[in-house]
Design a protein around this ligand. Structure first.
Ligand SMILES: [Zn+2]
Length: 438
C-alpha cells in the first residue's frame, strides 16, 4: 500500500514529507547526534529503516506488536545542520514513506587539546587498541604531531565518518556507537589526516556475547529427553573427504562456503550459532538434557564428528541448524526439514514413512510458530551428519538468506525466538511420537 508521511515535529508542526498516497503519522525529535522517531503503521509487524547524512549512514529492522514503531538514528559524525534522509521500507524493500530532516548542530565540538607541541608528524598510528564492545567499538591510539584525524567506521549495516581531535600527548581515544551493526560482523576502522594520508586501518568482529548456559527448568515437558543441537558450519572451514554413509562406497567432500545474507551480509555460521545457543537454553528450560556441537565461531567440527557427538551421548534427537541459499532466485523462501533416507543407521531408526512423519511434524510446528507458510520435508542421502546418526536426525534449513525478507527476519531476535519456540514444540511432539514422554 502506498503512503505518504505527515511529519510532526515535537510541537506537532505537520507537513507532508513524501506524497506517495495515503497519510502516515511520523513524530520526530531532533537532538545533537540523534533523531528520535515514532511512526504508526498498523499493517506491519516488522519494518526496515534507513537513514543517511553526509557522514552517517545506517539501516536496521524494527518490530512492533501494534504498529507503533519507534527508534533512534545515531549520527556520531554529523556535527552541523546537514540534511538527514529518513526512509521506511517493508522487509521486501518496498518504500513505505520517506522524509528529509535537518540535523541539530553540536554545540560542544572539541578542538585540539591546548599545549600540543608540534612533534614530527607520524605517518602511522602507534599503540593501537581496537576493542569491540556492546553497541560499538572502543579505540585508542597515538599519533604524534597530528592535531586531528578523520575516523571512518564501516560495517555491512552502517558507516560513520567522525573528526577526532588529539588529547594530551597526541592520544586519541573513545568509542564509536554502532548500534545497527549485527553481532560478529566485520567492522573496519580507518583514519586519515586532513591531507588524505591513511594512518590507521584495522578490522575487528563486532561484539557477540553468547548466551550463558541456562540454569532453570521452568517447565518439564522434556524431562528425561536428550537432544543434540548442531549449529551448522564455523567461521572457517577445512576441507575433508569422508564416507557419505555407513556401509556405502561413496564419499563426500566439504563444500567450501556457506549462505550469506543478501541484505544483512551476515555469515550463516553466526546465525546458526546464535539460534542454536538460544535453542539449547529453551530445551533445557523444558527439562531436556542438551549437548551442542559447538559454542563459538572460531573452532572446527568435522562432518563425521557432528554425528559422533550425538551418537556418543546416546541422544534421542539431533537438530542440525542451517540457513538456505538460492542465488539464482531471490524470491524463494521457506523452512525445509531434511531427513536421511537410505543409510543403514537411518533405516534402523525408523521406516521411511515414519521418518517422513517425524520430519513433517517438526516442519509443521515451526510453521505454526513462525507464520512461515512455505516449506517442505525432504528425505535424501545428501547429508553426512544425518546419514551417520543413530537417532532421529533433522537438518533444518530455517530460511533463505538469499531472500531479502527472510534474511532480515533470521537476524531479528523476535523471529529467532519464534524459530526456537517452533523447534522446541517440534521436539515435544516428536518425543510423544517416539513414546519418550506422555
Ligand atoms: Zn549450511
Amino acid at each position: 500500500m502506498k503512503k505518504f508521511c505527515c511529519l510532526l515535529l515535537c510541537l506537532l508542526f505537520a507537513f507532508p514529507a513524501a506524497a506517495l498516497g495515503e497519510e502516515v503519522e511520523l513524530v520526530v525529535s531532533v537532538k545533537p547526534h540523534a533523531i528520535h522517531y515514532a511512526i504508526y503503521l498498523p499493517e506491519y509487524e516488522f519494518i526496515y529503516v534507513g537513514y543517511d547524512t553526509q557522514n552517517d549512514n545506517a539501516k536496521e529492522v524494527l518490530y512492533s506488536k501494534n504498529g507503533a514503531f519507534q527508534g533512534t538514528c545515531y549520527l556520531p559524525g554529523t556535527v552541523d545542520e546537514s540534511k538527514v534522509g529518513l526512509n521506511f521500507y517493508t522487509l521486501t524493500g518496498k518504500l513505505i514513506c520517506r522524509t528529509t530532516l535537518t540535523a541539530a548542530a553540536d554545540p560542544e565540538i572539541q578542538g585540539p587539546a591546548a599545549g600540543l607541541s608540534a612533534e614530527k608528524a607520524a605517518n602511522r598510528a602507534q599503540n593501537v587498541e581496537i576493542l569491540p564492545v556492546k553497541g560499538g567499538i572502543r579505540y585508542y591510539f597515538r599519533l604524534p604531531g597530528r592535531d586531528s584525524v578523520v575516523l571512518k567506521c564501516k560495517s555491512p549495516q552502517e558507516w560513520h565518518k567522525i573528526t577526532l581531535y588529539a588529547g594530551p600527548d597526541y592520544v586519541y581515544q573513545g568509542q564509536v556507537d554502532m548500534p545497527c551493526t549485527y553481532a560478529d560482523d566485520t567492522v573496519t576502522l580507518t583514519a586519515t589526516t586532513g591531507g588524505g594520508v591513511e594512518v590507521l586501518s584495522e578490522s575487528v568482529y563486532a561484539y557477540y556475547d553468547a548466551p550463558a548456559l541456562t540454569d532453570k527448568a521452568s517447565t518439564a515437558r522434556l524431562n528425561g529427553v536428550t537432544v543434540c543441537v548442531d549449529p551448522g558450519h564455523q567461521r572457517t572451514t577445512q576441507i575433508e573427504t569422508v564416507p557419505t554413509m555407513p556401509g556405502g562406497e561413496q564419499t563426500t567432500t566439504t563444500t567450501v562456503g556457506m549462505a550469506k545474507g543478501v541484505e544483512t551480509k551476515r555469515r550463516e555460521s553466526q546465525l546458526t550459532l546464535e539460534i542454536g545457543l538460544k535453542l539449547r537454553n529453551a530445551l533445557m528450560e523444558e527439562g531436556a538434557a542438551v549437548a551442542v556441537t559447538r559454542e563459538k565461531q572460531d573452532t572446527f567440527v568435522g562432518m563425521l564428528e557432528r554425528a559422533d557427538i550425538p551418537n556418543s551421548i546416546d541422544a534421542d534427537f539431533v537438530l542440525r541448524l542451517h540457513c538456505n541459499s538460492r542465488t539464482s532466485n531471490d524470491q524463494v523462501q521457506g523452512i525445509e526439514v531434511y531427513c536421511p533416507l537410505g543409510s543403514t543407521y537411518a533405516q534402523a531408526v525408523a521406516a521411511r514413512t515414519d521418518y517422513k512423519l517425524m520430519g513433517q511434524t517438526m516442519l509443521e510446528a515451526m510453521q505454526q510458530f513462525t507464520g512461515q507458510e512455505k516449506g517442505a520435508c525432504i528425505l535424501n542421502n545428501t547429508y553426512v551428519g544425518n546419514n551417520w546418526s543413530m537417532m532421529p536426525s533433522f537438518l533444518i534449513e530455517m530460511g533463505y538468506m538469499t531472500n531479502m525478507e527472510e534474511d532480515l527476519l533470521l537476524s531479528h531476535p523476535v523471529y529467532q525466538e519464534r524459530l526456537v519456540r517452533g523447534m522446541v514444540e517440534g521436539v515435544v511432539r516428536l518425543a510423544r511420537l517416539r513414546g519418550l514422554i506422555e
